[in-house]
Write a protein that binds this ligand. Structure first.
Ligand code: GDP
Ligand code: IMO
Ligand code: MG
Length: 428
């Protein structure tokens, strides 16, 4: 039985939550796994008109019978974890089937403090992070002064690790940022407050998932963030601090690449981005404002307005390549219902030269000017369409054209936020 990866093919917020939820409810899925990022994610799931948002938790938490897994590659804020769990419990969701890796790194309150002050320090060069402490927690991990989930269960070790983690940071906080030092005991106390509730959830998630795959179970890896936010393959430095690409799933879960059967890239029928950084098809006109308004493009985690632009096939092809996508899931096609004419970026012009592939350097990408092809709009409400043939002719042409230039077949098409507002498969 398969291991399936669902990941973001653009700059995030493509509808990964919806795609994951759809797969988890239409196929018998045994495990839904987060492998990177933390509560910087915001995934929306709409079930029978009721809206849920998950941040640190996998969307599978809403799927009865599925086990939700927070694997080793995730950075876990215990405070955010229990806040999110309590919110779901209040709404009557059964959250018993959740396990957390003993090797996942912890986000403590000082990580978000450092995230915020360092952003302020960057001034006009700021990344526009979510301020959740993601970057500083991954920096500690790579710097080998991180605190892992297992460390919470031995107070002596925890204290020693917190001391080591804060040693240098307090110099920087007081001398560079002119802030108060963080007290070791306050952090130890903050983290110990969660240990009792966390302990029963903690397991070796790599062993669990490999044994599950050996036993023929189906495992769904739910990506967070996206390809263009990947610290290696995205628009560095305007990225997150993890590897949301397909390769990151293997590292973040302790599962070998040979075990992955499908890699689904979720992609919007246009493009959005939150935070700073280059965005070739970004619109600053009425079209951009309309995409923002009709698409409801407001961040689930931070409430920030998302920047909007047309579909970028160069990015789609790049995502197909670096992730080895077996298919795409195209979302939010319905948002384009009212346009007369829809531009699609098919290549870039950079310094007078046409680029069909992502340029090699960031400087070139910053200077990329989209080359557009134009498609006739369909001017019809498609939210009720359930088969490819239900779609108006012009919408069919648009989808087929995107599919041809994007580098992988389209497995599904979203025509609304609801689970049922989907065309799967688009056609034979
Ligand atoms: P994620 O971070 O990739 O899970 O995406 P978000 O939840 O942050 O943002 C996607 C938004 O689009 C959410 O509000 C979804 O409910 C919504 N959505 C997903 N698919 C569709 C679709 O096909 N049509 C419309 N209109 N909305 C969709
Ligand atoms: P989902 O999973 C969109 C962006 C932030 C910022 C950059 C770095 O919902 O698609 P970070 O706090 O991660 O250090 O911020 O990454 N970012 C996202 N943008 N969707 C997300 O998650 C994001 N997670 C991080 O806006 O530009
Ligand atoms: Mg999101």
């Amino acid at each position: 039985m398969p291991a399936i990866v669902v990941l973001g093919a653009q700059w995030g917020d493509e509808g990964k939550g919806k795609a994951t939820d759809l797969l988890a409810t239409t196929d018998p899925i045994d495990y839904v796994v987060r492998t990177s990022g933390g509560h910087n994610a915001g995934h929306t799931i709409v079930v029978n008109g009721e809206k849920f948002a998950t941040h640190l938790l996998p969307s599978g938490i809403l799927t009865p019978g599925a086990t939700s897994v927070i694997a080793n590659g995730v950075v876990v804020s215990p405070e955010a974890l229990f806040r999110e769990l309590d919110g779901l419990i209040e709404r009557g969701v059964d959250v018993a089937n959740l396990v957390v890796s003993s090797n996942a790194h912890i986000i403590a309150s000082y990580h978000s403090t450092i995230d915020k002050v360092s952003e302020r320090f960057l001034g006009k060069n700021q990344i526009g992070t979510t301020g959740r402490g993601i970057g500083p927690a991954y920096a500690d991990k790579v710097n080998r002064v991180g605190i892992r989930v297992a460390d919470l269960f031995d107070e002596k070790i925890l204290r020693a690790k917190v001391e080591a983690a804060l040693d240098m940071k307090n110099h920087v906080l007081t001398k560079v940022y002119n802030r108060r030092a963080v007290e070791v005991e306050a952090v130890v106390e903050e983290l110990l407050a969660y240990t009792e509730r966390l302990r029963p959830m903690v397991v070796d998630t790599s062993l669990l998932l490999n044994q599950a795959l050996d036993a023929g179970k189906t495992v769904l890896f739910e990506g967070a963030q996206a390809t263009m936010l990947d610290v290696d393959h995205g628009t560095y430095p305007f990225v997150t601090s993890s590897n949301p690409v397909a390769g990151g799933v293997c590292v973040g879960a302790g599962v070998g690449p040979t075990r992955i059967d499908r890699v689904i890239g979720v992609i919007k029928a246009y493009t959005t981005r939150v935070g700073s950084g280059p965005f070739p098809t970004e619109l600053f006109d009425e079209d951009g404002a309309n995409l923002q308004r009709i698409g409801g493009e407001i961040g689930v985690s931070t409430g920030r307005t998302r920047r909007c632009g047309w579909y970028d096939a160069v990015i789609a092809r790049y995502s197909a390549r670096v992730n080895g996508l077996t298919e795409f899931f195209l979302t939010k096609l319905d948002v384009l219902d009212s346009w007369e004419r829809i531009p699609v970026c098919v290549a870039y012009e950079i310094d007078g030269v046409r680029h069909d592939e992502m340029p090699m350097t960031q400087t070139e990408f910053h200077n990329a000017v989209p080359i557009y092809e134009y498609f006739e709009g369909w001017k019809t409400d498609i939210s009720g369409c359930r088969t490819f043939e239900d779609l108006p002719k012009n919408a069919q042409v648009y989808v087929k054209a995107l599919e041809e230039i994007s580098g992988a077949p389209f497995w599904g098409i979203g025509v609304g936020p609801g689970r049922e507002q989907t065309i799967v498969p688009p056609r034979d």
